[in-house]
Design a protein around this ligand. Structure first.
Ligand code: ZN
Length: 81
């Protein structure tokens, strides 16, 4: 496994904190593997609990349950990204 970064994933619309996530490598966030989410501030429905915006869809990526980010719906701040 490469280097991982803990990042804060926020709603692009209202900046509410959605996840803390352990991201592998740099680059844009296009998915969150469910088992790499270290803190989940949502109700588990892939919507921002504050403004209701849907920000991801359930997917299986490389045989792992994941949340595929809808482009432009999240704002990431962290070590990288
Ligand atoms: Zn929001």
């Amino acid at each position: 496994m490469g280097k991982t970064y803990t990042i804060a994933v926020r709603c692009a619309k209202c900046r509410n904190l959605l996840y803390r996530y352990k991201k592998e490598g740099g680059g844009m966030l296009i998915k969150c593997y469910a088992d790499m989410i270290t803190a989940d501030y949502t109700n588990g429905d892939l919507k921002c609990p504050k403004c209701g915006q849907e920000f991801a869809r359930h997917a299986i990526i490389h045989n792992r349950p994941a949340h595929k980010i809808i482009r432009g719906k999240v704002f990431v701040r962290g070590h990288h990204g």
